[in-house]
Ligand binder design. Sequence first.
Ligand SMILES: CC(C)(COP(=O)(O)OP(=O)(O)OC[C@H]1O[C@@H](n2cnc3c(N)ncnc32)[C@H](O)[C@@H]1OP(=O)(O)O)[C@@H](O)C(=O)NCCC(=O)NCCS
Length: 138
Amino acid sequence: MIRHATVADRARISEIRNAVRENKLGAANVSKVADTARWIYDNGTFWVWEEDGAVQGFAVADPRDGTIFGLFIHPDYEGRGIGRTLLPLACDDLRKAGFAVATLTTSPATRAEGFYRTDGWIEIGRQDDGQIIFEKKL
Ligand SMILES: CC(C)(COP(=O)(O)OP(=O)(O)OC[C@H]1O[C@@H](n2cnc3c(N)ncnc32)[C@H](O)[C@@H]1OP(=O)(O)O)[C@@H](O)C(=O)NCCC(=O)NCCS
């Protein structure tokens, strides 16, 4: 089942964010990510995938800057089409917020890199820390 997250989902969303094996949250980013997550919980939308009685993945956009803030699937539920299903919902939120292009960053040589390239995201550069910057027309 796909639905909007509620306050009750926050702990499970954090659990999934911390369970991933790639694109793990670095210590330097913890407080910035927490601030953004708080703003989105208050003003925007996390999309969640619920299965087997629990949230198993989420996608979320930041409508302030046109970025995909997060796409994370629990490792036990990867490779079953959940990411491919949730990502367009977050992209649609950006389109509705007036963006013509979505942007995101991800670590190179990860499953996510291949996933985004397969999904038509175009690399437009690298950050100083090596993260790939991807863009896709909405
Ligand atoms: C990246 C991630 C979101 C993908 O979600 P997922 O639910 O496992 O992906 P899906 O099952 O929806 O895959 C969709 C398609 O992408 C393809 N794909 C997945 N990984 C791929 C790869 N490394 N290279 C090429 N294609 C890939 C799949 O083959 C699939 O297409 P198919 O069904 O036609 O075969 C998920 O693996 C994840 O949460 N990873 C850890 C956290 C992370 O890195 N998030 C991104 C942070 S920016």
